[in-house]
Design a protein around this ligand. Structure first.
Ligand code: CAA
Length: 262
């Protein structure tokens, strides 16, 4: 099979200051995460990381899915090599390491790797029409891009076990009730709401947001005592920034701060 063209697999737009929207755009395959699509997403995030005018990113999908998961056709064709493909794994690591706030705006199916991608984001906002699940058990495997680790951390053991062992697909409202999703909206308001949330975050001190994200990640990965050290280091770094001086001065001068990301 010839390599998939990466043209237009990812659509990028800048709806408001500070915010980038990246849209997975392989709707005919429900935005299944081919290596080419993951590669385009990784490249866009790498550029967004370097671009000081981008302070938060919204990730969504075109058509009726956010993403229906890893590319099953490729897994049938290449077996475990598809899953273990070093470039594919590298793309996942790069997305996970993206330092700026990342908000998933889940418009439809977020299944398997699609749900795992949403869980890599810092927050998930969902359309009422969204559906979440880790249905890998139905095709003889299990979640392999972080699902068995992130879902229990996000929703606890009982719901994670139910979803992973039954393959059940749940509604947006259920996902909100179990804490996977922060907020649900009417479908036609989804992007507006996710963008507003991203814009609100983008208006705050950008480096402090990155330090906070880094410190919160430690909450999932380290024991409390080590996490607290990570937090302390992050606060020390924040104190070195111009934005910290500006934020505190603005407070005392009773005016809004002007944050420059420095
Ligand atoms: N990979 C590749 N192609 C996919 C896909 C996937 N994950 N999900 C959907 N597609 C393709 C379908 O094959 C179909 O293509 P054709 O038109 O060429 O036949 C097209 O997208 C539209 O899909 P459906 O016709 O199935 O759409 P539907 O509305 O009837 O059903 C659905 C929607 C319930 C989401 C169904 O598509 C589905 O169950 N998809 C697979 C979900 C899944 O199992 N995801 C987990 C994959 S494994 C994983 O992520 C990680 C891992 O294992 C390690």
């Amino acid at each position: 099979m010839p390599p998939e063209s990466s043209n237009d697999l990812l659509l990028l737009e800048r709806p408001v200051e500070g915010v980038l929207i990246a849209t997975l755009n392989r709707p005919e395959k429900l935005n299944a995460l081919s290596k080419a699509l993951l590669g385009d997403l990784t490249a866009a995030l790498a550029a967004a990381k370097e671009d000081g005018s981008i302070r938060a990113v919204v990730l969504t999908g075109s058509g009726k899915a956010f993403s229906a998961g890893a590319d099953i056709s490729d897994m049938v064709e290449r077996g475990v090599e598809s899953y273990l493909d070093p470039e594919r794994l590298e793309h996942w690591h790069a997305i996970e390491a993206f330092p700026k706030p990342l908000i998933a705006a889940v418009n439809g199916y977020a299944l398997g790797g699609g749900c795992e991608l949403a869980m890599l984001c810092d927050l998930i906002v969902a359309s009422d029409a969204a559906r979440f699940g880790l249905p890998e058990i139905n095709i003889g495997v299990l979640p392999g891009d972080g699902g068995t680790q992130r879902l229990p951390r996000l929703v606890g053991k009982s719901w994670a076990t139910r979803l992973i062992l039954t393959g059940e697909i749940i509604t947006a409202a259920q996902a909100r009730d179990i804490g996977l999703v922060i907020e649900t909206t009417e479908p036609d308001r989804l992007l507006k709401r996710a963008t507003a949330l991203a814009a609100e975050i983008a208006s705050k001190a950008p480096l402090a947001a990155q330090f906070a994200k880094q410190a919160m990640r430690a909450a999932f990965e380290k024991p409390l005592s080590e996490g607290l050290q990570v937090e302390q280091e992050a606060v020390k770094e924040a104190f070195k920034t111009e934005d910290r001086a500006e934020g505190m001065r603005a407070f005392l001068e009773k005016r809004p701060p002007v944050f420059r990301g420095r």
